[in-house]
Design a protein around this ligand. Structure first.
Ligand SMILES: [Zn+2]
Length: 426
């Protein structure tokens, strides 16, 4: 049986989900050797490896693999087209929030490859043949671009509402929800929060609005456990977190919601400590992506800059695929007294209060105070001392300063760190 041959017994979609760690490591090593051998003729990688004095033909083990030098957005942007396969016909540009955007091309074969993990992830979230999925379009992310294909191939119906993830499209979404009556919704976490507010403002019964919906797959923001539970409860539908990167990382939550399982058939994901060695499971580090197919542009040991953590202990669902949580990009974090604090970390401390969960939380970058964590929270002041205590206890930060943003409601977005001047302008 091949890795991605559907099993579809119970909750499992295909065979790779329950392989032993050794079987998966051996299979991935073969893929990595194949991909590296293929990229040896690529102008950029050949030069990059020669400079580091590594011979890709000698790659026999994971130790050999880890000797390959990292690449980054900066090196690939500087390399122009020399690193690409030049055969793509679908392009995605990265957001460019950390510098110049990188354009990643997919060819038809690679698009095909990435439909399978989407089908698997949707299967885990409960999508079944005959059901209808209501999705966000246009597809702003390469993983989103696979959604329609995956839904149709699973024997379902694909529906799109007009507009994108901005809160101004909530009306179009609600209109589609009422007419299409989907069992499945895929969207962004910020859009779900915007919807809840719209329901509140217009006194709309959220559960009644979502009564046909069983599952929601949310992307774009790492969900705290409390926010996921809050959204699931308010909408009466189980919310699943999906994550990935334009460069090929892909992961989906199972029904245990312990952290997304990596789609290990398409990507090998490393989490590296500052010295470049593998960070142990349960420790944070930089997310490094290697694509496992020789389709599209080769992505080999690409340092995304994302802050991530691996969880290697078995999941209660029975799947052996390792799990990984992406906490954010460097620009969605601040350094306080030499600790890297992500907006997710602070949201965890804020969301622990049932009165506060779902409120927008921003980290405020202030050039002067390197040891003070500046947190801006939407709404009127509530239990600040308790939040501060949790930040002390959980994040080890001594000095916290709060700005309460009052009644002005802000659009939830992907950006979670702002400059001080932006908060003052509000
Ligand atoms: Zn699981």
């Amino acid at each position: 049986m091949t890795a991605t041959e559907p099993v579809r017994s119970g909750d499992t979609y295909d065979a790779i989900e329950t392989w032993s760690p050794a079987q998966l490591a051996d299979w991935q090593l073969e893929r990595v050797r194949h991909v590296v051998a293929g990229a040896a003729g690529n102008g950029f990688y050949a030069g990059h490896w020669r400079e580091a004095d590594v011979d890709p033909r000698r790659l026999q083990s994971w130790e050999d693999f880890r000797r390959l030098p990292l690449t980054s957005k900066q090196t690939l942007v500087a390399a122009g087209e020399s690193w690409t396969a030049r055969g793509g016909n679908v392009a995605f540009s990265t957001r460019g929030t950390s510098g110049e955007p990188l354009v990643v091309w997919l060819d038809a074969a690679e698009s095909e490859t990435f439909i399978v993990p989407t089908m698997r992830g949707y299967w885990w979230a409960g999508f079944r043949p005959g059901q209808t999925a209501l999705m966000q379009s246009p597809a702003w992310h390469r993983l989103a671009a696979m959604e329609g294909h995956a839904v149709l191939r699973l024997g379902g119906n694909a529906a799109y509402y007009w507009g994108s993830g901005g809160p101004q499209y909530a009306g179009y979404f609600m209109d589609a929800l009422e007419r299409v009556r989907p069992q499945f919704v895929t969207t962004t976490a910020p859009f779900l929060v915007s919807l809840l507010r719209r329901f509140e403002d217009d006194v709309i019964d959220a559960r009644a609005m979502f009564d046909s919906v069983r599952s929601i797959v949310a992307v774009g923001l790492p969900l705290t456990g409390q926010l996921r539970a809050h959204l699931s409860d308010r909408l009466g539908s189980e919310v699943f977190e999906r994550s990935g990167t334009q460069e090929g990382a892909a992961a989906d939550e199972c029904a245990m919601h312990t952290a997304p399982h990596i789609h290990a058939d398409v990507c090998h994901l490393e989490v590296l400590a500052p010295d470049g060695s593998p960070a142990p499971a349960g420790a944070r580090g930089r997310l490094v992506v290697t694509k496992l197919h020789d389709t599209g542009d080769p992505v080999i040991r690409y340092d995304t800059g994302d802050i991530a953590e691996r969880f290697d202990e078995p999941c209660g669902c029975g799947r052996t695929l390792p799990r990984l949580k992406i906490y954010g990009r460097p620009e969605s974090s601040v350094n306080i007294a030499e600790r890297r604090i992500t907006a997710y970390d602070v949201r965890t401390c804020v969301d622990a209060d049932p009165e506060l969960v779902g409120r927008q939380v921003l980290l405020v970058r202030d050039g002067n105070d390197g040891d003070v964590l500046n947190v801006a929270i939407e709404g009127t002041e509530h239990n600040a001392a308790a939040i501060e205590r949790r930040i002390h206890d959980q994040l080890g930060v001594e000095r916290v300063s709060f700005t309460w943003l009052g009644r002005a409601r802000m659009a939830w977005g992907f950006r979670q760190v702002v400059d001080k001047s932006e908060v003052q302008e509000r």
